[in-house]
Design a protein around this ligand. Structure first.
Ligand code: HPA
Length: 247
């Protein structure tokens, strides 16, 4: 059965609320195991596949996520449109806790991750165009759906992908701001590039959990606060995706 939308859940989103007739599948990939089973079910009258990026018990840190296996598994099951839900820190003033952003650009500061399906011996070398790292039509659909659902969402912003799992220093964030980053997160890459290699449509729903280091009033970033803000923003995700699928 075809899949209308695949969702990769980030921190705070370990199963998809409201998914009916759910069925779990473990998918073998040439790149090893995905973060967990893909759970497929009915949502808003359509077929949705869900995968928890960090595992359902959040056991995988950002640099240990098998991004290749995750994208491969979703593709293998027939997904062609993928929304990555990512917890982020806000760098831009209007991107404070609980704000939802649909970014349009990426700067990649990660290292030591498998960034391409061409790493495999004998694989065809592909130089994908990545000028626009997210699929424009899917971004538009997400933003239109958010508007229909009455959920405020900011159109555009540059996602800076850091290695984690630690948060950044103030100097690192100041540099990222100078570079043009509006948001900082640990999981946006290489996911977006791998999706493009597989010719999947891909866009990001970035949920701001905190102001990034040095951007808010706080001396320190509290993990408890991050998760409280994330829980609030995460509750809006099914509203947006439901409106998108129903529309
Ligand atoms: N930095 C990096 N990743 C994050 C942050 C942050 O401040 N908040 C949530 N994910």
């Amino acid at each position: 059965m075809s899949i209308d939308l695949a969702v990769i859940g980030g921190s705070g989103l370990y199963n998809f609320p409201g998914l009916e007739n759910a069925r779990r599948q473990s998918v073998d990939t040439p790149f090893g195991p995905a973060s967990g089973d893909v759970v497929t079910g009915d949502f808003a009258g359509k077929r949705l596949a869900f995968l928890a990026r960090h595992g359902e018990s959040h056991s995988l840190p950002p640099h240990r996520v098998n991004y290749r296996a995750n994208l491969w598994a979703l593709h293998q099951l027939g997904a062609r449109r993928v929304v990555g839900v990512n917890a982020v820190g806000g760098i831009r003033d209007d991107m404070g806790p609980r704000v939802i952003v649909v970014p349009d650009q990426i700067i990649d500061y990660t290292h030591g991750r498998f960034t391409s399906f061409c790493d495999v011996e004998g694989a065809e070398v592909k130089h994908i165009d990545f000028s626009e790292p997210y699929t424009a039509s899917l971004r538009r659909d997400l933003l239109a759906a958010a508007a229909r659902a009455g959920v405020p969402a900011i159109d555009g912003g540059c996602y800076g992908a850091t290695q984690g799992p630690r948060l950044e220093t103030r100097a690192e964030i100041a540099r990222m701001k100078r570079d043009g980053c509006d948001l900082v997160g640990m999981t946006g890459m290489p996911e977006a590039a791998l999706a493009r290699e597989l010719e999947l449509e891909y866009a990001c729903l970035a949920l701001v959990a905190n102001f990034a280091a040095g951007c808010g009033d706080e001396e320190e970033i509290s993990i408890e606060e991050i998760f409280a803000h994330l829980a609030a923003a995460t509750a809006e995700v099914p509203k947006i995706l439901g409106a998108m699928l129903a529309g």
